[in-house]
Write a protein that binds this ligand. Structure first.
Ligand code: PLP
Length: 495
């Protein structure tokens, strides 16, 4: 059955998957959602015999129904190749009594590679299918990892340009260097004086600016998004939950049908929403545990049904989760309302006006598969040290937030079912914080020296992605105020 995509804010115009991917955001400012979640097209038994690429085809074909088999397979083959440093693409590592799904084996060593290595291919195909002749300008706000993964994915892709905005003081040293050394004539990187929410709000405003859109169109450009608001980011993320379940069955951890709890370090709510979609497709996922850092808006939301962003923005050691406006939650809200666009729109208007909204009791009841936990900075650091002491495994700060949440959930619930800890970044990306957590305060401040120290502590070699930027020249120098984002776009496009 064909899947079409409509907006969470009520406009009912159905879009094909490729049209939705091309647009990024719906006309009315809402997010595209599938009109139904397709059931798994193959049995769990069949999945156990599939490679990552075969699983990707099975899952993505079910959602992206207007792509031909040939088109999709070509995208998948180009995306999930030897850019990943392990043939399994997303390996599962047993750490104590937990199963870590390592999503950081791609080109930029964070989980954003799972979707952003395929999105450019999906988009180029979408442009051809929809007879789009304009040049696609990808605008992206990043809390650190999306930026580099999107730059790497779109660099030198014909017919595209990419502009990335990041909070100048809100990313790790390695994250910043990864972005600023990006090659490719079509790539642009801008540091803004502001936080991630400012960057994301600025990008959304540009998307919503009809006059600018018209002017751009006249000059041969069209905007799209590589943020997780793009449905083309979300669908590829469903794949690794399906794959992980099958792998754990093969490994004998699960019998087909046994529930698997998943704990996801969460920022914009894209990764955990993909887990929810996998569950809706028929993968026996038990609890969906949403792990937050000190920016614990989602923890509060799952506790009391009130989403309230009126609070100080905290800069933490897990910067990719430093977010107070979790965009993808809108897709869950829409589901909770029973696909009521007008009601979802009212909540989002309320959020825009007052910074908060409260969902109804009926909606709260439908949240019972979710649980929210958070880890403070101290807890995050202690978790890295504890897991290292007990198992020798070194995790990054984001994964540590999830690992702490897993412990907290198990302690309060007494639920001892197998837990998949979604491991979103290589510890090398946050070497400074990880070394300090394990070995105590350091006098050394150079992140690359700390990288070498981490190699000694962990016994795993420094990833190529880090070696590549050690001596690479800085190629991007633009910094601006958040009010100047439109001007920065104009400057790059020379309009
Ligand atoms: C982006 C990111 C997250 C948060 O993922 P969301 O899909 O935004 O919830 C967590 N950890 C890392 C390392 C990330 O890059």
């Amino acid at each position: 059955m064909n899947v079409t995509y409509t907006s969470t804010r009520g406009s009912q115009t159905p879009h094909t998957a490729s049209a939705a991917i091309l647009k990024g955001l719906a006309e009315d400012g809402g997010l595209f959602v599938p009109d139904h979640i397709p059931a798994l097209p193959v049995s769990l038994e069949a999945l156990t015999k599939m490679t990552y690429q075969e699983t990707a085809y099975a899952v993505m074909h079910a959602f992206l129904t207007d792509y031909t088999e040939e088109e999709l397979k070509e995208c998948i083959d180009r995306a999930y190749d030897d850019k990943f440093d392990v043939p399994e693409i997303a390996p599962i590592v047993r750490v104590g009594n937990r199963y870590h799904l390592e999503l950081f084996h791609g080109a930029t060593i964070a989980f954003k590679d799972m979707a952003l290595s395929i999105l450019p291919h999906l988009m180029v195909k979408a442009a051809a299918k929809n007879h789009m002749e304009k040049e696609i300008v990808i605008l992206t706000a990043t809390s650190g990892d999306t930026g580099k993964a999107a730059l790497a994915g779109f660099a030198d892709v014909p017919g595209t340009k990419i502009i990335v905005f990041y909070p100048k003081a809100g990313v790790s040293a390695i994250q910043e260097k990864q972005m600023l050394t990006q090659k490719g004539d079509n790539t642009h990187v801008v540091g803004i004086h502001g936080n991630f929410d400012d960057a994301q709000t600025g990008v959304k405003q540009i998307f919503g600016d009809k006059a600018l859109e018209k002017e751009m169109a006249d000059k041969g450009f069209v905007f799209s998004s590589a943020n997780s608001i793009n449905i083309g980011r979300l669908v590829p993320q469903v794949v690794y939950y399906v794959y992980a379940y099958a792998r754990l069955t093969v490994q004998g951890v699960l019998k087909a049908g046994d529930p698997l709890n998943v704990v996801v370090p969460t920022g914009n709510f894209g990764n955990i929403l993909a887990a929810f979609y996998a569950k809706e497709m028929g993968i026996p996922i038990g609890k969906l545990i949403c792990a937050s850092n000190e920016n614990k808006v989602l923890f509060d939301f799952f506790g009391n049904g009130c989403y309230d962003r009126n609070r100080p923005f905290v800069l933490t050691s897990s910067p990719s989760m430093d977010i107070l406006i979790s965009s993808n939650l809108e897709r869950l809200i829409y589901w909770l309302t029973g696909a009521n666009g007008a009601q979802t729109n009212a909540f989002m208007e309320e959020l825009k006006k007052t910074g908060r909204y409260e969902i109804t009791d009926t909606m709260v009841e439908k949240l019972k598969d979710f649980a929210g936990f958070f880890a403070s900075e101290t807890q995050t650091e202690a978790q890295i040290a504890k897991v290292y002491r007990e198992t020798g495994y070194v995790m990054d700060t984001h994964t540590a937030v999830a690992s702490s949440a897993a412990d907290q959930y198990e302690a309060v619930s007494g639920d001892h079912r197998p837990v998949l800890v979604v491991s979103t970044a290589s510890p090398y990306k946050f070497a400074g914080n990880v070394v300090r957590a394990i070995a105590g305060p350091q006098t050394e401040t150079d992140d690359f020296v700390l990288v070498d120290q981490l190699e000694k502590l962990s016994g795993t070699p420094v990833p190529q992605a880090v070696e590549d930027i050690r001596k690479a020249p800085i190629l991007h120098h633009t910094v601006c105020d958040k009010e100047q984002m439109v001007q920065a776009v104009r400057d790059f496009l020379k309009i």
